[in-house]
Design a protein around this ligand. Structure first.
Ligand SMILES: Cc1ncc(COP(=O)(O)O)c(C=O)c1O
Length: 440
C-alpha cells in the first residue's frame, strides 16, 4: 500500500468514527421526535463513498457515474440508463428526446400528450416547455393513477404519446394502457420517479414504456441527494437522451474513457453534410440540449444505496402492511390505497383520502397529526390544472376530473420509508385512533 492509499484508509476509519459520533440514530421520544414522511436512510458507508469520491476529485461524471448507469441498467434489466441530476431533468430529457429530429416520428409543437391531472409539476412542465399540449385525464380513486378508460376516450388525431406517472409507487394498469398506445401508435413515457422497485404482472415499472424516468431525491426509494435517471431499451432514444443531457452534443464517446478524447477514432475526421470541412466531433451539436449531468459524488452515493435497495423494498412493504392493517378500522372515513391485483407495489408513502363527511375535514386530521409530530404531505400538485402556474397553459381536459378534484380536496400521505421502525409506526396508528376516539 502506498502512502496515499494508507492515508485514504485512515480517512475512511475517521469518517466511520465521525458517523458513529455525529450521525447516530435518534432515540424515539413519542410526541417529540419528528416522524418524517420520507428521508435518507444511510450509514457510514455512504459518507465514506462521498469522501472517497471527493478525494479522487474527478468531480464531474466519471467512473462512478459509469458504474451507476451500469448497475441501474442491470437492476432494471434494460439496455441503457442515462444518469441525470434530478427526476425533473429526467422528465425534461425524456420529453425533449421524443421531440428530437434524430428519432423516428418525433413529436412536434402542438401535438397532444395524454397525462393524468393528478400529478407532479415537473411531469407536466416538460410538455409545456417543448410546445406540446397536455391532455389531462382523471385518476381512479384509491389507486391515484390514470384511469385507462379515460385515457382511451381522450385520444384524438393529434395524440402522439402517453406520459404516465406511477403515483406513490402504485402501478398504472400497464396492460390496458399499452394496448391503447399500440392501437394508436403512441409513445409511452413512464414517470417512475416514485415507483422504483414496483412491478406490474411481475415486470419492473420503468421497463414498459419507450423511455422511463427515476428520481433519487432524498425522499425517494434510494438517494443520491439530487439525482435521477432515464432508462430505455432503444439504442436511438438512449443516444439522443445522452446528447440532450450533454449540451446537445453529437459525440457519443464513452465517458468511461475519461481523459481519452476521441475514443471513436474519428474525432477529427467526422464529416457532416453541409459543412465544408471535417469538424471536431466533441463540438458538433445535433440536438437542442441542456447540461443535466450529475456529479461523480452523487453517483458514488447511489452505488452504495443500490446495494441496500433490496432491504429498503422489504422495509417499505412491511411498513405499508402495518399501516394498512391499523388504518382499515377507519375505512368509514378514509379511502385507503388500492391497486390492481397484478401490481406488486413498493410504496413511496401511504396515501389516504378523507371521504366527504359531516364530522371532520382533511385539515382537522392533518393538523392533529402534525401537532403530534407526524409529518404529512398532500398528494403532490392535486389537480394540476388548478395550480396557479399551470392554469393558463395550453391544454385540453378530457372528462370532468372529479376524482382528481377529490384528491385535491381530501388526500394526504404519511410516511412508510425504511427509517420508520415498528415503534414509530405504532405511535402513528395510536394518533389516528386518538383522533377518531375524539370525533366519536
Ligand atoms: C412523479 C414525480 N415525477 C418527477 C419528480 C421530480 O423529481 P426530482 O425531485 O428529483 O426533480 C417527482 C419528485 O418528487 C415525482 O414525484
Amino acid at each position: 500500500m502506498n502512502r496515499s492509499e494508507e492515508l485514504r484508509q485512515e480517512i475512511y476509519e475517521r469518517v466511520g468514527e465521525f458517523y458513529r459520533t455525529a450521525h447516530s440514530p435518534e432515540t424515539f421520544v413519542p410526541g417529540e421526535t419528528l416522524i418524517h414522511y420520507a428521508g435518507r436512510v444511510y450509514d457510514e458507508r455512504e459518507l465514506i463513498a462521498l469522501v472517497d469520491a471527493s478525494l479522487d476529485f474527478w468531480l464531474t461524471m466519471g467512473k462512478n457515474g459509469a458504474a451507476f448507469e451500469e448497475t441501474f441498467a442491470e437492476y432494471l434489466g434494460v439496455s441503457h440508463v442515462v444518469m441525470v441530476n434530478s427526476g425533473s431533468s429526467a422528465n425534461l430529457a425524456a420529453v425533449a428526446t421524443l421531440c428530437s429530429p434524430q428519432i423516428e416520428r418525433p413529436l412536434r409543437p402542438g401535438d397532444e400528450v395524454i397525462t393524468p391531472a393528478a400529478t407532479f409539476p415537473t411531469t407536466v412542465a416538460p410538455l409545456v416547455q417543448n410546445g406540446l399540449v397536455p391532455v389531462f385525464v382523471d385518476c381512479e380513486p384509491g389507486t391515484y393513477n390514470a384511469d385507462p378508460g379515460e385515457v382511451e376516450s381522450a385520444v384524438s388525431d393529434r395524440t402522439r404519446a402517453i406520459l404516465l406517472p406511477h403515483m406513490l409507487g402504485n402501478s398504472a394498469r400497464m396492460d390496458r394502457l399499452l394496448e391503447i398506445a399500440e392501437q394508436h401508435a403512441l409513445y409511452v413515457v413512464e414517470d417512475a420517479c416514485e415507483a422504483m422497485g414496483s412491478r406490474f404482472d411481475g415486470q419492473m415499472l420503468g421497463t414498459f414504456g419507450h423511455i422511463s424516468t427515476f428520481s433519487f431525491y432524498p425522499s425517494h426509494h434510494i438517494t443520491t441527494g439530487e439525482g435521477g435517471a432515464l432508462a430505455t431499451d432503444d439504442d436511438v432514444l438512449a443516444r439522443v437522451a445522452r446528447s440532450i443531457r450533454d449540451w446537445g452534443r453529437d459525440c457519443w464517446c464513452d465517458h468511461r474513457t475519461q481523459g481519452r478524447n476521441g475514443a471513436c477514432g474519428r474525432r477529427f475526421s467526422y464529416e457532416v453534410p453541409g459543412l465544408p470541412t471535417t469538424y471536431d466531433h466533441k463540438y458538433l451539436y445535433s440536438n437542442i440540449g441542456y447540461n443535466l449531468r450529475p456529479t461523480d459524488l452523487q453517483a458514488a452515493l447511489g452505488l452504495v444505496q443500490m446495494e441496500k435497495f433490496p432491504q429498503f423494498v422489504e422495509a417499505r412493504k412491511r411498513n405499508y402492511n402495518a399501516l394498512y392493517s391499523g388504518l382499515s378500522a377507519f375505512e368509514e372515513y378514509l379511502i385507503l390505497p388500492t391497486s390492481d391485483p397484478r401490481a406488486e407495489v413498493c410504496w413511496f408513502a401511504f396515501p389516504i383520502t378523507v371521504r366527504d363527511n359531516p364530522k371532520f375535514t382533511r385539515n382537522d386530521l392533518v393538523q392533529w397529526l402534525e401537532k403530534a409530530r407526524i409529518e404529512t404531505r398532500f398528494l403532490m400538485a392535486g389537480n394540476i390544472t388548478r395550480q396557479p402556474g399551470f392554469s393558463g397553459i395550453r391544454h385540453r381536459t378530457a372528462g370532468d376530473l372529479a376524482h382528481t378534484d377529490a384528491v385535491m380536496r381530501g388526500a394526504f400521505l404519511v410516511g412508510l420509508y425504511p427509517g420508520l421502525d415498528p415503534q414509530r409506526l405504532d405511535y402513528v396508528l395510536q394518533q389516528f385512533e386518538a383522533f377518531f376516539d375524539r370525533i366519536g
